[in-house]
Design a protein around this ligand. Structure first.
Ligand code: ADE
Ligand code: ZN
Length: 336
């Protein structure tokens, strides 16, 4: 094995951009459809995989929302999350900050509590049985109205001390961060962290709005920041983390070829970038697959791998002592 792929395997890592519903593998989708008597427009698992050809974000989102219709009971959300945690164990992901989309479930009649308790129970077991720490980030669907997001934040009230932060996802273009100013302000007042998808398909102005308006701690994706040198300078100076998702970028045509992936330019510009899987069941790979794809396509170096892994812990919502512990273990394992 290439020594860099061995290094990727050996190093502990944090994942900061993973939609738990995007880890629903076709096999589980099929099993849960049967368990819950949901009919899917596919004859078998192979036809589901064959349907995963996307020209843009919306193509993917249409199938993503259809796929999550099989998730109905607390046990379903437990099984989904547990399967992701087993992938974390395989990839040596020791800390995960997990997005979920409550409106994708409450909108079709599944209670917030069912979703939240199923995910939480698996995360608790992940901590106890696998030693994987985790936090939960509740995302608002930006194609819906802000009142909907506000109602979701209020519904989350009884669980808020178990939620690390709020995020913003779904169809980006035409739904700028400013549409969600009030709900992000309230989240801030409740002591929640704030992150937002911005600059995946949307323009650099959306990244500025997320930073200056929504007061986010991190930008999810952020690829299009590169179009605005002043913005790049600011993101670099403030060390704002960008949670970059290479295989997602390729599969959603944000980049035409993995060889064109801008992660090296981002690092060279001093941006605080991390590597993440986004929706691994739909985009062809989990954490290590994303790193390995960069080794194959752009010859990612050992130094770049170590930098990206260190960034993942430094950009996490872990406390200082936990960050130090993980960074020290990266230092030892990297032989630095
Ligand atoms: N929801 C799940 N994955 C997403 C992505 N990559 N961008 C926006 N919304 C999403
Ligand atoms: Zn995402």
């Amino acid at each position: 094995m290439d020594s860099r792929k061995q290094l990727i395997k050996n190093l502990p890592k944090a994942e900061l951009h993973i939609h738990i519903e995007g880890s629903l593998e076709p096999e589980m989708m099929f099993d849960l459809a049967q368990r819950n008597g949901v009919s899917l427009p596919y004859a078998d698992v192979e036809s589901i995989r064959a349907a995963y050809q996307f020209d843009c974000l919306q193509d993917f989102l249409d199938l993503y929302y259809q796929g999550m219709s099989v998730l109905q009971t607390q046990q379903d959300f437990y099984d989904l999350t547990w399967a992701y945690l087993l992938r974390c164990r395989d990839d040596n992901v020791v800390h995960a900050e997990i997005f979920f989309d409550p409106q994708g479930h409450t909108g079709r009649g599944v209670d917030f509590e069912t979703v939240f308790e199923g995910i939480s129970a698996a995360l608790r077991d992940g901590e106890h049985k696998l030693g994987i720490s985790s936090q939960i980030i509740m995302c608002f669907l930006r194609h819906l109205e802000e009142e909907d997001a506000m109602a979701t934040l209020i519904e989350a009230g009884p669980f808020v001390d178990r939620i690390a932060g709020v995020g913003l996802d779904s169809s980006e273009v035409g739904h700028p961060p400013s549409k969600f100013q009030d709900v992000f302000d309230l989240a801030g007042e409740l002591g929640l962290r704030r992150v937002a998808h911005a600059g995946e398909e949307g323009p650099p102005e959306y990244i500025l709005e997320a930073l200056d308006g929504l007061q986010v701690d991190r930008i999810d994706h952020g690829n299009r920041s590169l179009e605005d040198p002043a913005l790049v300078g600011r993101l670099a100076e403030l060390k704002i983390p960008l949670t970059v998702c290479p295989q997602s970028n390729l599969r959603l045509a944000v980049v035409a070829d993995m060889k064109d992936h801008p992660i090296r330019s981002m690092l060279e510009a001093g941006l605080n970038v991390t590597v993440n899987s986004d929706d691994p069941a739909y985009f062809g790979g989990y954490m290590n697959d994303n790193f390995n794809a960069l080794v194959d396509a752009i010859d990612l170096s050992e130094a770049e791998i170590i930098k990206l892994v260190n960034n993942s812990f430094e950009s996490s919502f872990l406390d200082k002592a936990s960050k130090q512990k993980h960074l020290e273990s990266v230092r030892v394992l990297a032989g630095a």
